[in-house]
Design a protein around this ligand. Sequence first.
Ligand code: ACO
Length: 430
Amino acid sequence: MSETAKIILEGKEYELPVIQGSEGEKAIDISNLRGLSGYITLDPGYKNTGATTSTITFLDGELGVLRHRGYSIEDLAEHCSFIEVTYLLLHGELPTAQQLAEFESKITEHTLVNEGLEGMFKAFPTGSHPMGQLSSMISALSLFYPKSLNPHRGEEAINRTVLRLLAKMPTICAMIYKKRLGHPIVYPNNRLDYVTNYLNMTFGQVSDPDYTPDPVIVRAMNKLLILHADHEQNCSASTVRVVGSSQSNLYSSISAGINALWGPLHGGANQEVLEMLELIKEDGGDVTKFINKAKDKNDPFRLMGFGHRVYKNFDPRAKIIKKAADEVLEKLGVNDPVLEIAKKLEEVALNDPYFIDRKLFPNVDFYSGIIYRALGFPTDFFTVLFALGRLPGWISQWQEMRRDKEPIARPRQIYTGEPPRAFVPMDQRK
Ligand code: ACO
């Protein structure tokens, strides 16, 4: 007999179904509880609430396990290119060589951005935040492809939008980087693979057509993007699904995801990590002083890049990226006092009982920020790279939400405000 949960409310017993996932994780299905009893459940921040069933990503925060479509993140990061993982997330299976070649070729048909969009981009103030520019540009894509807005137009139309997004995202990210430097835009080179093309548009120069990125950097970039490709129902993925659940178009849903990612408690943490390290350096480099600040409950300072909502032992992505960070730093021969502070901070925090007791470990943002800095990316650009990596995950989550015909997301609340009261005319208000 299938397992059920019993709940007693005001002396009346209700039996609720228990759902079991393919990895044995269990949930009480409360979707009918309100209809049966008038009660809702309360869970601010959804710390204990499953918003959906999903076949894309499995993670176990206690064991530090992360798998996409059943494949371990360790295997994917070691053996695949980012675009292969993108295919896997979108289609559910690893591609054959032919499928991958076709997929890459279809993407290259859409890598240019419309001149009109470029005109709009030029009007953005030079110092504006790259994430604001990115979300605006992705939202603006919807203005240039009005026929593809209806999520019910059929798989072919949706697939074209998916390819457009995948193709234009690296071009737009590189445009944002070049604008910051005041350099001319390098156009996409469709003979290059996805990641090399992105690096070429970013670090290449119009005046140097022979530029080729170092293979160590291409490999590290592929890894970084793979490690960010999806992370199940996090803040930005949930945002994409929530926005998409109103049957809003894919561009607007992804743009909303980018805005959710921007925040310092989510993707914005990688920028905050480097800003924190700079702050420690400028303050004289006393790491212990800042560890003590992070431990002080009366001080709002937090050690950015430490802790995670679900990983409570270690972040498997952090392990992989730490190795890649070491490789990149060695290859580039970087000697940076800020990175020395990062190493010291990691060592002190990992041995401090406050961090050990609360299971606070360096997360993926701690090390990704270090690599991005070594590669020469400006600090406020880091979250754009996270978004570039997360794009296939967001699209897959949106597709799953749409194909599963999920209802519009509409949480409930418990009202704790004023009871009904008599209206007070203006001249009697105090
Ligand atoms: N520095 C100092 N103390 C911390 C930190 C930190 N970075 N993170 C958590 N704590 C403490 C809290 O003060 C709390 O202590 P208490 O139990 O004595 O009150 C305890 O650890 C639990 O923290 P919560 O905030 O309840 O944990 P939660 O799971 O809600 O938060 C979060 C996770 C938001 C990631 C948090 O650890 C944090 O703010 N970290 C820094 C920001 C960061 O790196 N974010 C990136 C996340 S990874 C990603 O988006 C890819």
